[in-house]
Design a protein around this ligand. Structure first.
Ligand SMILES: [Fe+2]
Length: 178
């Protein structure tokens, strides 16, 4: 299972801190264990229920957001250096985990269609993802990135890495709305 998670989210290998890398894997493992889905569903379930029809899976979206976030972070490092330092490990872990709560927010109905779960009606994925991340001992900064990546974050002060994931996520969503 852990090897499969690394295979599906290849940028996990770029997390330099061993403890953070292991906890990032554990967080996906734990969220899937609590959810009605298994690991092979990640490339089958849509990344959002807000688009009528999308063939972009949760897995594809998460990897796209991760690649986008890393490129933004690289640009920050290149352009601003020490003036605005970026923790690349938090960026990678936070991007890979930003939607980890979606496997709790969604479920399949009796026809196999992916719909919002009871859990999802009570807690949106930034909150459920943040809870699981906190449970597995991820640092507060990564929990913050998950909780603040969507509109919930508009009510808090985002750290730099959190702004990066927020925009990386939205640019991989808004253009698909039309
Ligand atoms: Fe997302």
């Amino acid at each position: 299972m852990r090897n499969k998670i690394v295979e599906l989210f290849p940028r996990i290998k770029d997390i330099k801190d061993d403890d953070l890398r292991e906890k990032t894997i554990t967080c996906w493992e734990r969220s899937l264990a609590l959810s009605p889905f298994d690991i092979d569903d990640l490339d089958k379930i849509p990344f959002t229920l807000l688009l009528e029809e999308t063939d972009i899976s949760l897995l594809k979206h998460t990897n796209a957001v991760t690649n986008t976030a890393i490129k933004i972070a690289e640009s920050f490092i290149e352009n601003y250096g020490e003036k605005k330092p970026v923790n690349m490990d938090w960026v990678i872990s936070g991007a890979i985990l930003h939607d980890v709560g979606k496997v709790l927010e969604f479920e399949r109905d009796e026809n196999g269609k992916v719909v919002k779960s009871y859990h999802g009606k009570r807690l949106r994925h930034p909150v459920s993802g943040g809870i699981v991340a906190s449970e597995v001992g991820l640092p507060l900064e990564v929990v913050h990135i998950i909780v603040a990546h969507s509109k919930e974050g508009n009510f808090t002060k985002r750290i730099t890495e959190s702004w990066i994931i927020h925009h990386a996520d939205f640019v991989n969503f808004e253009p698909f709305r039309d």
